[in-house]
Design a protein around this ligand. Structure first.
Ligand code: ATP
Ligand code: MN
Ligand code: MN
Length: 299
């Protein structure tokens, strides 16, 4: 097998430099996704997934893409109704070959929906995307994630944390299968607004930039139909080739920043992992009943 072939997909131009400041090639990107595949694939498999493509590497502008491009042989697609009412095909990777094929097409980042193609109207997790404004210290972002965890626990919701590879953290809440988008978005909006009003010094639930200075924006808008958030273990198209890394809550305090994990050290970490840091995430079924009784639901 050629060394630039992964899961039956040949990666052309393996020597092409993708991250120019870090000397990371297309081959390195393919090799990375191949190495973390058992941990990465469950987060995108069978979900409508937008990809952030950089066919010429990061030296040239990239673009988000949600619809299938011509020539794909391994990547599945799902036909779905967009908010506009139109039916359209979305990328929907189903296996490791699909991931490598998307890498072959210049994908760096993977952004799945919070629902699967076979149950599009039933989100199976919530994402609270903590976005620190200018001047917010990293330890305050960690404290914010723990505060969300504790508030969620009080309404019987267990949560999981990951770095984004960028500036913040994501806190995810697995759901049971009867949740609808309006349940997910209604609760997460009400919850985010309540938290922001309880601690308006440090938090906001509005995306207005002037409100975000010195505060953490609790971005609940990932929980609407058609929204995406970056997949666990996805690379980010930013300097240093950072990675969105799922963590155990007890390891969060040792994490130095949102981009502490990158293509090189993520592989080492994965190789050393004995257990899934998100043990139970995929099979956990949680109801929003108590959460919605406590916080209500809002637009
Ligand atoms: P950070 O920690 O730096 O905020 P992030 O991944 O949370 O990293 P956000 O800007 O908060 O970045 O965006 C949250 C999510 O919204 C992204 O992970 C992505 O899935 C989605 N998103 C953001 N911008 C776009 C875009 N232009 N097109 C499609 N999806 C986007
Ligand atoms: Mn964010
Ligand atoms: Mn955001």
């Amino acid at each position: 097998m050629a060394t630039n072939e992964f899961h039956g997909v040949v990666v052309t131009h393996p020597e092409r430099v993708v991250f120019p400041d870090d000397d990371i090639t297309k081959q390195d990107v393919a090799h990375y996704y191949d190495a973390v595949m058992p941990w990465f694939l469950p987060g995108v498999e069978g979900r409508p997934t937008s990809v952030f493509r950089f066919p010429e590497g990061l030296a040239q502008p990239g673009f988000f893409q949600k619809h299938p491009m011509r020539g794909l042989r391994h990547v599945g697609h799902v036909r779905l109704r967009e908010e506009s009412g139109d039916l359209d095909d979305y990328l929907c990777p189903g296996d490791a070959s699909a991931i490598i094929e998307l890498v072959q097409y210049g994908t760096i980042e993977f952004h799945p929906w919070a629902s699967k193609a076979d149950a599009l109207e039933e989100p199976d997790y919530l994402v609270f995307d903590l976005d620190p404004g200018t001047g917010v210290a990293w330890h305050d972002v960690i404290d914010a994630a723990r505060w969300l965890r504790d508030r969620l626990a009080k309404v019987d919701l267990k949560s999981f944390v990951r770095t984004t590879g960028g500036k913040g953290l994501h806190v995810l809440v697995p759901l049971h299968s009867a949740c609808r988008w309006e349940d997910a978005s209604g609760f997460s909006s009400a919850f985010a607004h309540q938290l922001a009003s309880d601690r308006s010094d440090g938090f906001t639930a509005t995306s207005v930039m002037s409100e975000r200075k010195g505060r953490i924006f609790i971005d609940y808008l990932r929980n609407t139909r058609g929204a995406t958030s970056v997949a666990s273990l996805s690379l980010r198209a930013r300097a240093g080739a950072p990675v969105a890394m799922p963590l155990r809550w007890q390891d969060l305090g040792r994490c130095a920043s949102g981009n502490a994990f990158d293509l090189r050290n993520a592989r080492q970490r994965i190789a050393r992992l004995r257990a899934d840091p998100w043990e139970g995430f995929a099979t956990m079924r949680q109801s929003l009943d108590k959460a919605t009784r406590t916080y209500g639901t809002s637009k």
